[in-house]
Design a protein around this ligand. Structure first.
Ligand code: SF4
Length: 341
């Protein structure tokens, strides 16, 4: 089989990093190897993020730069995946004649077939179908590279929370949890191949399994903890409203779980939290922080803050500042509000 070169540009969160690994693994099976030079690539994919306007602009600016490259090298295939692909679909193809395909967040398994179709008979493809179940491939994980010790593993996709500032439920669909047996078998195969640290990913890992009546998240953590050869376990992200006492207790009972939780508060004002549809108050948030520190005094707590949410007053902002001072987060990601379609 002729070796073809694949260049992937990944923008956005850990979920996209994981998806890009999945894309590379699936395309490896049809002869593509990843390369770090876009100029040499036979296939260029951008895995996009639409959570903030700036990330979207970054994607379109990269795609714009590819237009000349495609004119000089017409057989090069150019495609868009991820959240912007899901959101904009057909509009991208109409706006940018040099793009060959647009595949949404739930179309990764269909990507190799789409590429083979384009290779045989150049055509343009848009696939943004959303399914209500997670399609599991038999062997889902790319084997680790030499000396690689950490990996992300997605345990669920989508979100049902509809925070008013967030596009995720629209571009990644409703919340779906993966079967625990599939997750455990993926982690076991990574560990056999040298991985020692796993970070479990989900938009809200705290609600893992509830909707489909699978095991709950603390139980999943305990099962993963029993995997021989795994040294460290982490997870992200936790919605404060679903952080249960049982989950807090795992910081004591699950020995491989690292003492860190990312618990996005977003605002310290109850008015703003209500308008964000976060479904907790600053008081409830502070209670969870106290409980976490009582259970695990060494725990590192990190968070996200949005500044300038529509209607936020000076008094709201002062309440956020006061909450930050009170909690003394170990690290904080603070963003200016970004209006999304
Ligand atoms: S819980 Fe997270 S992913 Fe879901 S809507 Fe809210 S901010 Fe977005």
């Amino acid at each position: 089989m002729k070796i073809k070169k694949l260049y992937i540009n990944t923008i956005g969160c850990q979920m996209n990093v994981y998806d890009s690994e999945q894309i590379a693994e699936r395309l490896h099976r049809i002869g593509y190897v990843t390369d770090t030079r876009v100029e040499d690539a036979d296939l260029v994919i951008i895995n996009t993020c639409s959570i903030r306007e700036k990330a979207e602009q970054k994607a379109f600016s990269f795609l714009g730069r590819l237009a000349k490259m495609k004119r000089d090298k017409p057989r090069m295939i150019v495609g868009v995946c991820g959240c912007v692909a899901q959101q904009e679909g057909q509009k991208i193809i109409e706006r940018m004649p040099h793009i060959d395909f647009v595949l949404g967040t739930q179309a990764i398994d269909r990507l190799p077939a789409a590429i083979e179709r384009i290779e045989k008979h150049p055509c343009r493809i848009v696939d943004v179908d959303m399914s209500q179940v997670i399609q599991e491939s038999a062997d889902i994980s790319a084997p680790p590279k030499p000396h690689e010790v950490s990996r992300f593993v997605t345990i669920m996709r989508g979100c049902d929370n509809f925070c008013t500032y967030c596009v995720v439920p629209y571009v990644r669909g409703r919340e779906m949890s993966r079967d625990p047996e599939k997750i455990i078998s993926e982690i076991k195969s990574l560990v056999v191949n040298g991985i020692r640290e796993i970070t479990l990913l989900g938009q809200n890992v705290n609600s893992y399994g509830q909707k489909q009546d699978l095991c709950d998240f603390p139980t999943l953590l305990k099962q993963i903890n029993d995997i021989d050869g795994l040294f460290r376990l982490r997870f992200t992200t936790s919605h404060p409203k679903d952080l249960s006492d049982d989950l807090i207790d795992t910081f004591q009972s699950v020995e491989k779980l690292c003492y860190h939780i990312h618990l996005p508060v977003q605002s310290g004002s109850n008015d703003v939290l209500a308008r964000m549809n976060r479904r907790y108050t600053r008081e409830k948030y502070l209670e969870k922080v106290i409980r976490l520190r009582e259970t695990c005094p060494e725990i590192a707590i990190t968070s996200d803050i949005i500044v300038g949410f529509p209607g936020e007053t000076r008094a709201d902002f002062e309440q956020t500042k006061a909450l930050i001072e009170r909690v003394e987060f170990d690290s904080l990601f603070a963003f200016i509000y970004s209006d999304r379609p």
